[in-house]
Write a protein that binds this ligand. Structure first.
Ligand code: AP5
Length: 214
């Protein structure tokens, strides 16, 4: 399946995309993960993106267009993909349409995950990530077996630079202003399916599965 997974920061897109990847055998394309890797490696893309990401702003559409065109152009995406974090603006919707048209591919659906803002802030404030393998934890909801250490690869866990309260509020504002409006467009094309993301990850995944099978 070729899916877009959208929703506010911290709603659980990455958590659910990892499960969907297992279920569907599709490629998981997280633009946030690709950008963070570029920042960590100090590539030209990473140097350009860093300031935007640290302040909670969006990276410019032109840069994102190059990134997504290159990523989806690799052969593996033709079999199916889960786009996590893209598109995020009206212009990015148009970019995605152009890229998919060029590759002769079409979206099967767009899933919008929703949760109350208080829950989102709680999830993001308690999130810890592994800088080496990108595994995601939560201090209360999904703690690692040994405090501060990644279960998967043993690296020291860290807090994302954009998970401070001030930057979280800015990311939520940007989401409401620039990203949420694109859901309406997908709705009018009959592609949008809204899935409540309150409840634990298993509950949310069961809802997602039911929505995809329904
Ligand atoms: P990105 O990395 O895409 O961040 P985001 O959209 O803000 O989403 P997050 O990764 O913060 O959250 P998530 O929804 O994946 O939640 P998660 O599963 O981790 O983007 C970062 C930045 O990159 C942007 O601000 C922008 O600058 C730039 N960028 C990226 N794409 C761009 C684009 N297309 N255009 C321009 N700029 C772009 O879960 C969060 C926490 O909650 C975890 O700790 C998890 O364990 C926990 N959790 C998850 N589900 C549940 C649950 N059901 N119950 C309890 N806890 C849960």
């Amino acid at each position: 399946m070729k899916l877009v997974l959208m929703g506010p920061p911290g709603v659980g897109k990455g958590t659910q995309a990892a499960r969907l990847r297992e279920l569907l055998g599709s490629v998981h394309v997280s633009t946030g993960d690709i950008l963070r890797e570029a920042v960590q490696e100090g590539t030209p893309l990473g140097r350009k993106a860093r300031g935007y990401m640290d302040s909670g702003a969006l990276v410019p559409d032109a840069l994102m267009g190059e990134l997504i065109g290159e990523r989806l152009g690799r052969g593996d995406a033709g079999e199916g993909f889960i786009l996590d974090g893209f598109p995020r603006t009206v212009e990015q919707v148009a970019i995605l349409d152009r890229v998919l048209g060029r590759l002769n591919l079409a979206l099967d659906g767009v899933i919008l995950l929703t949760a109350p803002e208080s829950e989102i802030v709680r999830r993001l404030s308690g999130r810890r990530v592994c800088p080496s393998c990108s595994a995601v934890y939560h201090l209360e909801n999904r703690p690692p077996k040994s405090a501060g250490v990644c279960d998967a690869c043993g690296s020291a866990l860290a807090q994302r630079r954009d998970d401070t309260e001030e930057v979280i509020r800015e990311r939520l504002r940007v989401y409401r202003e620039q990203t949420l409006p694109i859901a309406e467009g997908y709705g009018s094309k009959g592609l949008l399916r809204e899935v409540p993301a309150d409840g634990d990850p298993d509950t949310v995944f069961a809802r997602l599965k039911a929505e995809l099978e329904g």
